[in-house]
Ligand binder design. Structure first.
Ligand code: SF4
Ligand code: ZN
Ligand code: ZN
Length: 306
């Protein structure tokens, strides 16, 4: 016998172990959206102009869809940017999905090309600098989104970090003594620091899982890219991610608890001041001792290799 939805009593289509609750389609959608709303409200987010980087994957497609639905309650004005990374067919498919879906749901969007900022595509950059693709790609995407948001007076960039990513990042940091990784990043809100041209961040899906994001897309008929990026390698983080399978059997709320524990500990420990400066080349913030940000260093390396 299927379990019954805890809200309306109809047959359920999904069971969420950490909430110990089964839902029908409609009530899972409202559970998901309430969770985003609660996460942001609890972190005292009071709205503003928000830029959402949408890759076309399930996390960012669920994010833009939910933020669009909640824009009134969250008091936000949203705008989407998709960066065409030039990763062969994978990028073509991603771009098409984002273009079609943003037009369909009526969200303002812009497609930008990584070449216009970096001079080359991501696969070309990776070949030239011989560094892991995701690290190159991450630096480039962060810089481009921050620049677009800064140039267009956006106050926040919404990112699609989910509980699987965040809890695994913390788990790895604990297992490898990376105390500095435990102390920084992944807050639900990072306020803007305009003196250093740093746009604020919001992470509305921090307490939602990849599975929940995927279900939200499926139940809302939102298309998303199903292919895996051909440049993605079995990163070490993915190996740590697998550890959760057994832990979650034992305690379904373990990921959320670990993340909340670390967030609470951080509030009790005075944060070390980071030494920010303006990049000598682009003017955006960097912590690098030589005053050149990671993005500009990458561009310089690519130019040397031409
Ligand atoms: Fe970029 Fe890595 Fe994501 Fe591919 S998997 S889009 S290289 S970050
Ligand atoms: Zn129901
Ligand atoms: Zn720079």
């Amino acid at each position: 016998m299927p379990r019954k939805c805890i809200v309306c009593g109809k047959d359920s289509v999904v069971f969420i172990p950490y909430a110990r609750a089964a839902f029908c389609r409609e009530h899972f959608i409202s559970f998901y959206e309430r969770r985003i709303l609660k996460t942001l409200k609890k972190a005292k987010f009071d709205g503003g102009r928000v830029l959402v980087g949408v890759s076309g994957g399930k996390d960012s497609m669920a994010l833009i869809y939910a933020l669009n639905r909640l824009s009134g309650e969250l008091n936000i004005d949203i705008f989407t940017v998709h960066i065409d990374l030039g990763i062969y067919d994978y990028s073509k498919v991603s771009r098409e999905i984002v273009e079609n879906e943003m037009s369909r749901i009526g969200v303002k969007y812009e497609i930008v090309n990584v070449r216009d900022y970096l001079g080359v595509t991501i696969p070309e950059a990776v070949k030239k600098v011989r560094r892991p693709a995701c690290s190159v790609c991450g630096i480039v995407k962060r810089w481009i989104l921050n620049k677009i948001a800064y140039d267009n007076s956006y106050e926040y960039i919404a990112t699609g970090h989910n509980i699987d990513d965040v809890s695994t990042y913390f788990l790895k940091a604990l297992f490898t003594q990376r105390v500095e990784d435990l102390m920084r990043g992944h807050d639900i809100i990072t306020p803007p620091n305009l003196e250093y041209r740093m746009i604020g961040r919001i992470r509305p899906q921090v307490y939602l899982s990849e599975r929940e994001n995927q279900l939200y897309c499926i139940f809302n008929d939102i298309p998303f890219v199903k292919d895996v990026c051909p440049l993605a390698r079995g990163a070490l983080l993915h190996k740590y991610k697998r550890l959760w399978e057994d832990i979650l059997q034992l305690n379904p709320i373990a990921q959320i608890n670990l993340t909340k524990t670390i967030m609470k500990l951080r509030e009790k420990i005075p944060q070390e001041k980071v030494d920010l400066q303006k990049c000598k080349i682009c003017g955006f913030a960097t912590t690098s001792k030589d005053g050149i940000c990671a993005f500009c260093k990458l561009k310089l390396r690519i130019a040397e290799e031409r």
